[in-house]
Design a protein around this ligand. Structure first.
Ligand code: C2E
Ligand code: CA
Ligand code: CA
Length: 628
């Protein structure tokens, strides 16, 4: 039933019910008042005459009073009775035929509380009232047929109820109609708003994932029927996280709004652009084949070319677009979305701006998507563990420190190495969380080793993203305090490329960390654009020669020359030089001859769990003793 009808029926129902109740109450009021009148009349008779009736002894006197009573009682149609011990002594007035029956009912009707009321005998109603006389054996009873009176009351009431009821009903109908239409109008508005909210993104006002899926399914059906192509684009902004982190979320939000506006201009009217969350957008392009899709992709990239000017701060924001096509790549919304995602990843990796889905990438990407999915849970549940690879001073036969390397044991895919999962962690923006987790684990283990008399320095890898966050030193400091550890135990390893990402910002953080007393190492030294200028100015105390120079050290003369110069350079800059990835005794001895300070590599040990590391160190020193 429609809301308006429901409201109308409810208001009418309530109005009619109220009228019935009030009518009944009015009727009761009137009949009650008639009973009261009779009682008052009886009390008057009682006071004036009747109480003399029961004077003891003199029957003549009583007869006189009875006569007097009769005179005063001159109400037409009514009956006056004097009863003694429930037997009628005297009756005056129009005595009805069925008096015995009437009296029988009356004896049942009256009691201590009710002294008047209405009874019905053989279809005739009578008002009755009873008044006690001073002698408790005597009572004065009055009966009055109610027929005419009742009919009069009912007809008066009916007329009044009808006229007032009609007016009230008329108002009720109007009120309910106006109320009904107002309420239903408001509800319709709210429904529309809720529906819009459920299907649109609140920031940009674009359709959301839910609506996009709905539209894809519609276009799928249409394209199937009309045998047409369509294209699905997934797009995400490059370096949006950095923009958010450095310029603030408000800036990020404004950027997303501007991007959505530019994209809307770049597409056709029949296309749907949706925001899927974060910096991810999707565009559904009905009736579009491969050349058409490429044309659109280029147009979208062009739209993103000009810098975005927000609050007088200009930023460049380029996008990576992945494209999947119906029917070439799939015939289900889910599949097309997944493939567009695969293509987008490809576009990101190759910096090509856009990429069309290529089925040969899929196997690799299915694994990546799975890992991407699971990495959040792994970090949330602290599943990723810290392993340690020893750094050995070969001359002194001493284990000086360990490098912390994270390990992820995936329940289905087995061991996953950091080279594969760290980029994913960075992509989902959790690298800082993971780095702090690993640091906590390392400090905890370090305390255990220290309790056993092993004082080891810890080298912790720090990714580029962490170096963009100015709150990092403070967080590290609070963790250190928790484990009651001094900063000089820890050395952070930073790659050259991480530094170059935003050198001035990274410098600020490195300066703070250095002032706090932490050690700093350049990792994979030699692989980036090692600029002497930055090296001179950075508070660095260790260079780690990249493994790629170590691998061919024996065969390659140029690698030997490079390693030699790096060692010299490092020492001139008062840095310690570490060689990593050392696998053989021959390379180890060559490096030692060249003057490398510390050696890290499989020649000693791969990264080990905290327990195994303790065992390994014990064995190492035991071996050294034997050698000595
Ligand atoms: P990296 O910092 O250059 O670490 C050295 C890598 O070389 C480690 O690989 C180590 O196991 C491996 N390695 C050491 N000695 C040898 C050797 O003699 N031969 C060979 N073939 N390899 C050796 P791993 O553990 O797979 O780590 C790879 C990279 O992942 C690391 O490179 C580091 O950049 C990154 N990483 C590892 N753990 C973390 C972490 O907790 N945070 C961050 N941000 N990055 C991490
Ligand atoms: Ca490292
Ligand atoms: Ca390295």
């Amino acid at each position: 039933m429609r809301l308006k009808t429901q409201i109308l029926i409810s208001v009418l129902g309530i109005t009619l019910f109220a009228q019935l109740v009030f009518g009944f109450m009015a009727y009761r009021q009137i009949t009650e008042s008639r009973g009261d009148q009779l009682t008052i009349f009886l009390q008057y008779l009682n006071r004036e005459v009747a109480d003399h009736l029961t004077l003891p002894g003199n029957a003549d006197v009583s007869a006189i009073y009875l006569e007097e009573l009769r005179k005063r009682f001159s109400t037409p149609d009514s009956v006056l009775l004097v009863q003694k011990n429930k037997k009628i002594e005297y009756a005056a007035g129009d005595v009805p035929e069925d008096l015995p029956e009437l009296m029988k009912q009356l004896q049942q009707a009256y009691n201590e509380k009710d002294r008047h009321g209405l009874i019905e005998v053989k279809g005739t109603s009578y008002y009755w009232a009873v008044s006690d006389l001073p002698d408790p054996e005597y009572q004065l009873v009055m009966l009055e047929p109610a027929g005419d009176e009742e009919a009069r009351i009912v007809s008066t009431l009916r007329n009044r109820l009808l006229s007032s009821g009609f007016i009230i009903l008329w108002f009720a109908v109007w009120i309910s109609l106006i109320l009904g239409s107002k309420i239903s109008h408001r509800l319709e508005e709210q429904n529309e708003m809720l529906e819009h909210q459920a299907l649109h993104d609140s920031l940009t006002g674009l359709p959301n994932r839910l609506l996009l899926h709905d539209r894809i399914n519609q276009v799928l059906l249409q394209s199937e029927r009309q045998q047409k192509f369509f294209a699905l684009f997934l797009m995400d902004l490059n370096h949006f996280k950095e923009v958010n982190d450095t310029l603030g979320h408000q800036y990020g939000d404004e950027l997303l709004k501007m991007v959505s506006q530019r994209l809307q201009f770049a597409i056709r009217e029949q296309d749907t652009i949706a925001r899927l969350g974060g910096d991810e957008f999707a565009v559904l392009m009905p009736d579009t084949d491969l050349p058409g899709a490429e044309l659109c992709a280029r147009r979208m990239m062009k739209a993103m070319e000009a810098p975005f000017n927000i609050n007088d701060v200009a930023t460049e924001s380029k996008a990576s677009i992945g494209i999947s096509l119906y029917p070439d790549h799939g015939a289900a919304a889910e599949t097309l979305m997944q493939y567009a995602d695969v293509a987008m990843y490809q576009a990101k990796r190759s910096h090509s701006g856009y990429a069309i889905y290529n089925p040969s990438q899929n196997r690799h990407t299915v694994r990546r998507l799975k890992l991407m999915n699971d990495i959040r849970d792994a970090i949330e549940n602290n599943v990723i563990t810290a392993f340690y690879q020893p750094l050995v001073n070969y001359d002194k036969h001493k284990v000086e420190g360990v490098e912390v390397l994270s390990r992820w044991h995936h329940p289905e895919l087995g061991h996953i190495y950091p080279d594969e999962f760290i980029p994913l962690v960075e992509q989902v923006g959790l690298i800082r969380t993971l780095s702090m987790q690993i640091l906590r684990q390392a400090l905890k283990d370090c305390q255990l080793w220290s309790d056993r008399g092993m004082h080891l320095k810890i080298s912790v890898n720090m990714s580029a993203q962490c170096l963009q966050d100015l709150r990092l030193p403070e967080e590290i400091n609070s963790i250190l305090q928790m484990y009651d550890t001094k900063p000089d135990v820890i050395q952070f390893e930073i790659t050259e490329s991480a530094l170059m990402h935003d050198l001035s910002r990274a410098r600020k953080i490195l300066d703070v960390l250095n002032e706090m007393g932490f050690g700093l190492a350049i990792d994979d030294f030699g692989t980036g654009f090692s600029s002497m200028a930055y090296l001179k100015n950075l508070p660095v105390d260790t260079l780690k020669i990249d493994k790629s120079f170590i691998d061919d050290l024996i065969e390659s003369q140029s690698d030997r020359a490079i390693v030699k110069s790096v060692i010299e350079l490092g020492h001139n800059l008062r840095c310690q030089v570490v060689a990593e990835g050392v696998e053989t005794q021959q390379v180890l001895e060559l490096l030692d001859d060249m003057g490398v300070d510390l050696i890290q590599g499989y020649v000693f040990s791969p990264a080990l769990s905290a327990d195994k590391l303790m065992v390994w160190i014990d064995q190492y020193y035991a071996r050294q003793k034997d050698v000595v």
